[in-house]
Design a protein around this ligand. Structure first.
Ligand code: HEM
Length: 399
């Protein structure tokens, strides 16, 4: 049984596990025992293994052994949303939402995402130093997902607090309180929209439930999932990504010289320090052998995406950011049927955020030693609490 890695830099711990115990039992804070999968090939296989179910009932005994609060918290986090279901329920739920997130639909959002980014950067452009998390990394994705879902952006400070809390380790009172507050908030919003539908995704889910294509509980569960998944992650793509580029300023300069590298750079940043350090829980529906280890039926299995993406068996020189890496089959968006629905949107937001920063603030630099930055505690995510940057002189206006 292993303890947890440090929040600030889990990568040396993962490197040790990949060689010493690639599938190992870990006791999480709160008492939940999991099997952690750390190598790339095992991770990829586990993510498509139908014996590893998403239905928390399959892991009920293990979850209950960690205490009633953990069992309840996992059930609430997963029940009825597409990340907590297997086919055929998963297929039905995903189909209902997938049309909104196709590459083509997302391309249509590009001008709006650019305008939001420009507005946020205009607001700070006279300043010497800013916290990039507050100035851009948080407000950009949350504004976009609020507009898509039809959630008032004015309430965003509230759900920033609630979603952050909901992703804390199970067993902490703040985790349960945050989840409850978020659910209550969205339940009230859904109720209001039933009377006054508009042209947004939550209204579309309500219409689908009126046709009997999903239940009232599923409307709420998927709205919660989209609100959390739609911003907690992209925030950290921007934060972790910009940090990696500024930590080694030659990378920033290389991108500035050749902005055509930005899309590939975003893929490399997702691989190098992706926002989702660990995928969501899976539950063994029968005894499953992974890398020679028998994972008993009913166990909780968690794939360490952050570790898989640093596996030297798959990625040469994995601890180096290589902006020209080329082929980059990283697992930052997961793999298999639960592959991230929002990947095209997240990529576009990441590319626009980093591309626009490069253009407007070519001399952007860290305003604090990287070692002094504080990383957030989370069950799944990897992200900074703040990223102080010096903006440098803004680029002269074009033309
Ligand atoms: C850089 C940003 C993002 C990253 C790294 C990311 C990562 C992931 C990962 C790893 C999974 C699979 C988890 C698992 O299998 O346990 C996932 C699923 C999902 N993501 Fe994302 N995500 C991002 C942005 C978004 C956005 C912007 C949205 C929505 C607007 C979104 C919506 C979803 C949904 C709905 C699922 C569940 C899909 C399913 O179960 O079929 N994500 N994401």
């Amino acid at each position: 049984m292993r303890d947890q890695p440090t929040v600030a830099d889990p990568y040396p711990w993962y490197a040790r596990l990949r060689t010493e115990a690639p599938v190992c039992r870990v006791r999480q804070e709160g008492g939940l025992e999991i099997y952690l999968v750390t190598r790339y090939e095992d991770a990829r296989r586990a993510l498509t293994d139908p014996r590893l179910s998403k239905n928390p009932e399959v892991g009920a005994e293990t979850l209950a052994a960690a205490g009633e609060h953990t069992y309840r918290a996992v059930a609430v986090a997963l029940a009825g949303n597409m990340l907590g279901t297997d086919p055929p329920e998963h297929t039905r739920l995903r189909r209902l939402l997938s049309a909104a997130f196709t590459q083509r639909r997302v391309e249509g959002l590009r001008p709006r995402v650019q305008a939001i980014t420009d507005g946020l950067l205009d607001a700070v452009s006279g300043r010497r130093e800013v916290d990039l998390m507050d100035a851009l990394a948080f407000p950009l994705p949350i504004t976009v997902i609020c507009e898509l879902l039809g959630v008032p952006a004015a309430d965003r400070d509230d759900f920033r607090r609630w979603t952050t809390a909901s992703l804390l380790p199970y067993g902490r009172p703040a985790q349960a309180d945050g989840t409850r507050a978020l659910n209550e908030y969205l339940a009230a919003l859904i109720k209001a929209k039933r009377d006054r539908p508009s042209d947004d995704l939550i209204s579309a889910l309500i219409t689908a439930s009126a046709d009997g294509r999903l239940s009232a509980d599923e409307v709420l569960a998927n709205a919660v999932l989209l609100l959390i998944a739609g911003h907690e992650t992209t925030v950290n793509l921007i934060g972790n990504g910009v940090l990696a580029l500024l930590r080694e300023p030659h990378l920033w300069r290389e991108l500035r010289r050749d902005p055509g590298l930005v899309p590939g750079a975003v893929e490399e940043l997702l691989r190098y320090d992706g926002p989702v350090e660990r995928a969501t829980s899976r539950f063994a529906a029968e005894d499953v052998e992974i890398a020679g280890v028998t994972v008993p039926k009913g166990s909780v299995v968690i794939v360490a995406l952050g570790s898989a993406d640093r596996d030297p068996e798959r990625f040469p020189d994995p601890d180096t950011v290589d902006l020209r890496r080329g082929e980059n089959p990283h697992l930052a968006f997961g793999h298999g049927i639960h592959y991230c629905l929002g990947a095209p949107l997240a990529r576009m937001e990441g590319q626009i955020a980093i591309g626009t920063l490069l253009r407007r603030f070519p001399d952007l630099a860290l305003a604090a030693p990287a070692g002094a930055l504080v990383w957030r505690e989370s069950r799944l995510m990897r992200g900074l609490t703040a990223l102080p940057v010096a903006l440098g002189a803004p680029a002269p206006a074009p033309g």
